[in-house]
Design a protein around this ligand. Sequence first.
Ligand code: ADP
Ligand code: MG
Length: 291
Amino acid sequence: MSIHIEDLTVRFKNGVTAINHANLNIPNGIFGLLGENGAGKTTLMRVLTTVLKPTSGTVTLDGILYSERNYEKIQRKIGYLPQEIELYPNLTVQECLEYMGDLAGVPKAECKKRIEYYLKKTSLAEHRKKKMKQLSGGMKRRVGLVQALLNEPEFLIVDEPTTGLDPEERIRIRNLLVDFSENRTVLFSTHVVEDLAATCNQLAIMHKGRFLYAGSMKNLTEEAQGKIWICKVPDERKAREVEQKYRITSKQYVEGGLQLRVISEIQPELECMSIPATLEDAYIYVTNQYE
Ligand code: ADP
Ligand code: MG
């Protein structure tokens, strides 16, 4: 399953352009969509699920064009976990999933089998009789994931599934997504670099409705190599001076002054040394180039 996005624009009635002539290819496997709040991630996902019709441009899924007459066919191939999901608070986990499966048109017997399978996979089997409103945030997200998988989608779209979760639950969700990316395409959005470092080989960086980077994690980190410096300054006044001139990504007190992490194409005129770039450095470097 692969998705091609060409010259895609989404402009809302209030004049906001959420996606601005964007191009992207999403290959098979797990693919990260990284971007700050307001970058356009949710809007893109809503287009990909056919919930939102773009203003212009084309999207194809395995060669099938996103046009109204193909929407139903496309929807059958897609599972979606929205960013804000409120599942029926007074239903039990089991009831809720049976109901969602029914809505998705999955035959009853088959649906029960799949619920069984995915509840086990997501470690929710023992909670099936609990009401939705009794579940923790992480458990709700996992039920949301099961819900998205009930029609055995070839393309799974998950919008910020780790936001607001504790570290243990974040890791659990990330591992499940990697699991579920076997034999399908998973599009996973987040504003946290760390989420992707642990899960994806491929990612796109979205910024103000465009893609600033698309490709492998490794090549992204390469882009910032040789541009990250650790510099030492004696006091806060000097640190502020440096901040006027360079992009600083961290600042900390050390013996005899402050240590700054600086992004710069050339060696800053300071006491400093070059260090290897991390994924986070590369993300900041790439987004900063387009400010
Ligand atoms: P992200 O998911 O990356 O945080 P969104 O896709 O939600 O970004 O939003 C992108 C931009 O589009 C933001 O400026 C947001 O305020 C705007 N936006 C999103 N949905 C709507 C809408 N229904 N009407 C008007 N503006 C919207
Ligand atoms: Mg969003």
